[in-house]
Design a protein around this ligand. Structure first.
Ligand code: SF4
Length: 401
């Protein structure tokens, strides 16, 4: 697999972009993790990777999306972004994920990428704005990799993301391939699209379209149209794990999940402090779907390191998760497994609900679902390439989920 994958990279992706990714994403990612482990040992809380939710604007209304369509749109300010990146530079953090809403609708997106050639950015996008002009800019700067959200072939994708969204996203992939840009595809796994996306046919489809990685995400029923019936059942999650390991040995593409470590133990990235998210109003939230906070980027005169490291809430959130699972060894997704207990904890913390809805009521009324925490069904990685990539958290792409 590895030789075929590397061959695809050197024949299908611009060498300039490959070198930039190797240095800014992987090489610097290695040192970001090393610095993070050193901080951890000293009891310092500051993640190796960070997210910017640049805006809550979006042109789509996907079922189960955790972003609430805003009455008044919010865009994250450049000043807030600069404060975070400044703190990141002092702590070896160089990998940032840009999401939304739809990040291409955020006025600041290309300004950030252009202004920070020392950093690497992953852009999570619905693919509608990957036209010649925008992809040419991505190629020019070279320090960003789009991750295009596609949740099945046309019928299953459009059933959740809206009519015509599959074709638009595929056209975007074709333009990225034509420009020889290093990109990936993100697929949300649901009960409805399971047979479509967890298949060699789906993976091969994107190999043919020049994708270098495919990132699988387990559906979380959240939001105004939470669609709980789409959440994968336990047997499906185990089947997903088995198929993923099988495809990893065969398919010449990097297949990413963030739910299990190299030993097959469940992981909650937020509970390990691997990454936090800056929401459009500057709030520091544990992970994208968990839109609650007690701190903002603007706190402490914009000293973001101080704000995170001294956050009692983020530290207690980690303890809360560990106490509900197997401590630091293994954690599931508390949003799925124990939504009521999570709501109770968040009420006690008196958090700010920045979801634009009543998120705590949602949690209290939602039915628990199976998460990646399957202590009796742990399956370790069985291919050396992924044992290493897992230890490296895919250099940042494995730090949220
Ligand atoms: S596992 Fe759940 S709580 Fe943990 S980071 Fe992922 S979505 Fe958030």
């Amino acid at each position: 697999m590895l030789i075929r994958f590397l061959y695809r990279c050197i024949t299908g992706v611009s060498w300039r972009l490959l070198f930039k990714a190797a240095y800014l994403w992987c090489f610097k990612g290695f040192f970001a993790l090393r610095a993070f482990k050193k901080r951890n040992k000293k009891g310092i809380l500051f993640p190796p990777f960070l997210f910017f939710s640049l805006t809550d604007r979006c042109n789509l209304r996907c079922r189960g999306c955790w972003v609430t369509p805003p009455n008044q749109v919010k865009d994250l300010s450049l000043e807030s972004i600069e404060n975070v990146i400044k703190a990141g530079q002092k702590n070896s953090v160089y990998f940032y994920t840009l999401l939304g809403g739809e990040p291409f609708l955020a006025p600041a997106m290309f300004d950030i990428i252009a202004k920070h050639p020392e950093a690497y950015f992953q852009i999570i996008t619905n693919g509608f704005f990957l036209n010649q002009e925008n992809t040419a800019l991505i190629k020019k700067y070279g320090n960003a990799s789009p991750l295009v959200s596609i949740d099945g072939f046309e019928e299953t994708n459009d059933a959740r993301r809206g009519t015509g969204s599959f074709e638009k996203a595929i056209n975007g992939c074709r333009e990225l391939q034509r420009q020889k840009i290093l990109y990936g595809v993100a697929a949300v796994v649901t009960e409805q699209n399971f047979d479509d996306v967890v298949s060699e046919k789906f993976v091969q489809h994107f190999i043919n379209l020049g994708a270098s990685y495919l990132w699988f995400y387990l559906f979380r029923p959240i939001g105004i149209d939470s669609a709980p019936e789409l959440a994968a059942e336990q047997n499906r999650i185990i089947e997903f794990r088995k198929k993923l390991l099988d495809m990893r040995r065969k398919m010449p593409i990097i297949l990413i999940d963030t739910y299990w470590d190299a030993k097959g133990r469940a992981v909650c990235p937020a509970s390990k402090g691997m990454s936090f998210v800056i929401s459009p109003n500057g709030s520091v939230i544990p992970c994208p779907p968990l839109a609650v906070a007690k701190e903002k980027v603007q706190d402490n005169g914009g000293d973001f390191f101080k704000t995170v490291n001294e956050s009692g809430f983020l530290r207690r959130f980690q303890e809360f998760i560990e106490n509900h699972y197997d401590g630091k060894n293994s954690q599931g997704c508390i949003i799925l497994d124990k939504p009521k207990e999570l709501a109770e904890f968040l009420r006690k913390e008196n958090v700010n609900d920045v979801s634009g809805r009543n998120f705590l009521d949602e949690l209290e009324t939602s039915t628990p679902k199976t998460s990646q925490y399957l202590p009796n069904d742990e399956i370790a990685e069985n291919y050396w390439v992924y044992k290493i990539l897992k230890k490296m958290l895919f250099f940042g792409m494995g730090a949220y989920g």
